[in-house]
Design a protein around this ligand. Structure first.
Ligand code: GLC
Length: 439
C-alpha cells in the first residue's frame, strides 16, 4: 500500500479520476478525447499501485480495438467527439477488412504493454486475479509484437520500423526532420483538413508546424488509399524509419513477456527468438558510433544524425561493455543532463533543431524521464536515477500535472501543453512509489 501523506498524490489520483471515461482514461481533459495506446500503458502503471481492477478495464478497452493482423492501434475511438483531428472520418479504417468493431486509427505505437504487465505482476496485491488477467491479455500482446516482426521489418533484420512519426510517440522529434522534408507534397492533391490542436494556449509556438502537419496528413492519406494493406504501405511509404526508442521498448517488452510466460508456464520460444535477434541487430546496426544508438532512414538508406533521449534507450536490453557504457553515459551526463536544468530534455540543447517549447524538440516529458530512469537504474548510475526521480517530482510540485516542461529555464513557470495530463499524474505516482522502494 502507498502512504498518502502527500497532497500531490491525492491530486494525481484526482487527475486520473477526472480524465476517466467509461472504461478507459483519456490522456487529457480536452486536447485528447480518446484512448491512446502507449498512454494507457503509463497510466495503468499508476493504477497497478492502487486500483488493479482499473488496469484490467483499461486493457480490455484498448485491446477491443486490436486488428485481426495483430496491430494494436495508436488511438481507439470509443466515443464520438469532434474535438480532435484526425478523427475516424478522416482515417476511414473501415476500408480494411482487418479492423475490429471498435473504431480506431490505422497505425500503431510503441509496444509498452509487456513491461507494463510485468510491472503489474511485480506490484500486485491479488496474484490470483492478476494471473487470470495476464493469461487472457498476454496472448494478445504477443500478437501485437508478431505484427511488428511480420509487417514492419522489411529487410528481416529484427528491427521493426515506424511508417509515421505518430507511431513513434515522439511525433515531432528532430530525428524525423530530414526524412519528412524529403517527402514531396503536391498541395493540390493533399486532402483538405482543419487542425483542431491550434486553438489552445501557445499552440502556434509549441505544436508541430503546418509544413510537418501536411506531411502527417499526406501519410495518412497514403495509408487509406492502400486500404491499410501493410505490404503495399511498406512498399510505397516514403517514411520508413528504424527508431531506437520504438525498437528498444518493443524489446524491453519482449524481455518482460519472457519473464511473465515463465511465471505462467506459457510457451515463449518465439519471443526468445525475437528478443535475441533484436538485441543483436540493435547493437550491430544502430550502435555503430559506439556511444549512442542511431535511427536509420530506410527509404533514404542513411543513419540519422543528432542525439535525443531515444539514443540511449536500447541500453534497456542490449548488453554493453564497460567502455561502451562509459562512452554512452559520459556524453549524456555531460552534454545532456548536467548542463540542462532540470532533467531531462528530450533533444540535446546543442542540437541545431532544439526548441525549448516545441513538442518533442527539447521539452521534458515525464514518461521519458521514467524510461531514462530505468536505463540509468539498470546500469547502476545512482546519481542520475536520484536526479531523474527528484527532478520529476519537483517539476510537478512546482508547476502542476502538465503535458511537458521547458528544460531551458529554472524549475518554475515552465509548464507546457495541456494541464491535468494523465501520464504526468501517473508518473508522479510511480516515481513516488520508487522513492519509497529506494529508501
Ligand atoms: C501526442 C504525443 C503522443 C501521445 C498523445 C496522447 O500525440 O506525441 O506521444 O500519445 O499525444 O497523449
Amino acid at each position: 500500500m502507498m502512504i498518502t501523506d502527500d497532497p500531490f498524490l491525492d491530486a494525481a489520483k484526482e487527475v486520473l479520476r477526472s480524465n476517466r471515461l467509461n472504461h478507459f482514461t483519456k490522456p487529457a481533459p480536452r486536447l485528447y478525447p480518446y484512448q491512446w495506446n502507449w498512454d494507457t500503458g503509463f497510466i495503468s502503471m499508476a493504477y497497478a499501485l492502487y486500483d488493479e481492477s482499473k488496469v484490467y478495464e483499461e486493457y480490455q478497452s484498448l485491446f477491443a480495438g486490436q486488428w485481426s493482423n495483430g496491430m494494436l492501434p495508436q488511438i481507439i475511438f470509443h466515443e464520438e467527439s469532434d474535438a480532435y483531428f484526425p478523427g475516424p472520418d478522416f482515417w476511414m479504417t473501415d476500408r480494411s477488412k482487418l479492423v475490429s468493431d471498435v473504431n480506431s486509427s490505422g497505425i500503431t505505437m510503441p509496444a509498452v504493454h509487456g513491461f507494463v504487465m510485468l510491472y503489474l505482476l511485480t506490484k500486485t496485491t491479488n496474484l490470483d486475479n492478476t494471473s487470470r488477467f495476464l493469461k487472457y491479455i498476454i496472448p494478445h500482446i504477443i500478437e501485437s509484437h508478431a505484427f511488428m516482426y511480420e509487417y514492419r521489418d522489411p529487410a528481416a533484420e529484427a528491427l521493426p520500423c515506424i511508417i509515421h512519426p505518430w507511431e513513434s510517440g515522439t511525433d515531432n522529434s528532430p530525428l524525423y526532420d530530414k526524412s519528412l522534408s524529403l517527402i514531396n507534397i503536391d498541395k493540390d492533391t493533399l486532402p483538405e483538413y482543419i487542425r483542431k490542436d491550434l486553438k489552445y494556449r501557445n499552440a502556434a509556438s509549441h505544436r508541430p508546424d503546418n509544413t510537418d502537419y501536411d506531411r502527417f496528413v499526406y501519410l495518412v492519406d497514403l495509408f487509406r488509399t492502400r486500404d491499410y494493406n501493410q505490404k503495399h504501405i511498406i512498399n510505397d511509404c516514403p517514411f520508413v524509419i528504424q527508431d531506437p526508442l520504438f525498437i528498444a521498448l518493443l524489446n524491453y517488452s519482449n524481455e518482460a513477456l519472457i519473464e511473465i510466460c515463465q511465471f505462467l508456464n506459457m510457451d515463449y520460444s518465439i519471443i526468445d527468438e525475437w528478443y535475441t535477434a533484436t538485441n543483436e541487430a540493435m547493437y550491430s546496426k544502430l550502435f555503430g558510433s559506439r556511444d549512442r544508438f542511431a535511427a536509420y532512414d530506410f527509404c533514404n538508406s542513411e543513419f540519422i544524425e543528432g542525439i535525443t533521449s531515444s539514443s540511449m534507450m536500447p541500453a534497456l536490453t542490449v548488453p554493453l561493455s564497460t567502455e561502451e557504457t562509459k562512452a554512452m553515459f559520459g556524453s549524456f551526463e555531460n552534454d545532456f543532463i548536467r548542463k540542462a536544468h532540470p532533467s531531462c530534455p528530450t533533444t540535446m540543447p546543442s542540437h541545431s533543431n532544439y526548441e525549448a517549447n516545441r513538442y518533442w524538440r527539447g521539452p521534458i516529458w515525464l514518461n521519458l524521464n521514467y524510461l531514462l530512469y530505468k536505463v540509468f537504474n539498470l546500469h547502476g548510475k545512482k546519481e542520475m536515477t536520484d536526479r531523474l526521480i527528484h527532478d520529476s517530482i519537483d517539476l510537478v510540485r512546482g508547476n502542476g500535472f502538465f503535458e511537458y516542461f521547458n528544460a531551458s529555464k529554472g524549475q518554475n513557470d515552465i509548464a507546457c501543453g495541456s494541464p491535468d495530463f494523465s501520464w504526468t499524474a501517473a508518473m508522479y505516482i510511480v516515481f513516488k512509489n520508487e522513492l519509497q522502494g529506494n529508501n
